[in-house]
Design a protein around this ligand. Sequence first.
Ligand code: UDP
Ligand code: MG
Length: 311
Amino acid sequence: MLLSVVVPCYNEEKNIRPFYDKVVTELGDIIHDTELIFVNDGSRDKTADELKKLIGQTQCKIKAISFSRNFGKEAALYAGFENAAGEYTAVIDADLQQNPKYIIQMLEIIKNNPEYDGVAAYQSLRHESKTLSFFKNCFYKLINKITEVEFYRSASDFRILSRKMVDAVLSMPEKCRFSKGIFSWIGFNVYYMPYEVESRLSGTSKWNFWKLTAYAVNGIVAFSDKPLIISSILGFLLFAVAIILMLIVIIKTLIFGDPVSGFPTLASLILFLSGIQLLCIGIIGQYLAKIYTESKSRPVYIVKDILENNK
Ligand code: UDP
Ligand code: MG
């Protein structure tokens, strides 16, 4: 098997068939040496029925893994990788925002350049608001500063991986998964290829600003312990400032007989310090929550059923 194509699907009933048709057209002859792995991530619409119908009609090798509920795209990707048998594995969304023609381009690059172990597509043009772009820029600047791995600004999950890379991803069975980080952390030589993102064929994006923020925090906590170090340094600096302030107050009172000035100063200091304390406890809490999740060792996903044809 040359190629496995992993397709995470959550409420994509109207996209399954057009996506499949487009993949068959774009892959050409390669489709006969390809398996399509659809991971139905607990969809509440008719995605499962569409996949069942497709499997009954198609001439290509298809596997449809259905989860017992929505576990998130990260879990869907992991399940896809676990089931991928191809020499190369591609990851692509089901909503046709990523044209399957790029899979062929990525395959060409990786086959013709043995020095590369993977090809990742990045958006050459971003169709998003300036505010979102600004926050994304800040996130990448921050995460690149505080982690030891490099995060490529516009790279998405749309990529192709060699067998070695897939095995490396599978060797990381962590529960709090952050694929962007995992893909960077495993290393290897990755070629970054530009692609133009298209608009969603049907349905809506599952992401909003708050989900993206939670995802960003998750990524930072999963790949950096710097926030903990920064909160310790902050605590130490504030302690030093407090000592200096205390000395100034004592000296002023003893030598100059100045009364200790001002309730407002005191109130704002208390507010400031308790704010910092809560922030630091919050940071520790984030890490504690992750340790809690990891220590329970629950599976990344639970499968309800797997359908496949034996083509
Ligand atoms: N997806 C998934 N589980 C989820 C959310 C999304 O499998 O909980 C799939 C979704 O069906 C799509 C891909 O992940 O194929 C990307 O999702 P979406 O289009 O919502 O993200 P965007 O393109 O807006 O980043
Ligand atoms: Mg999309």
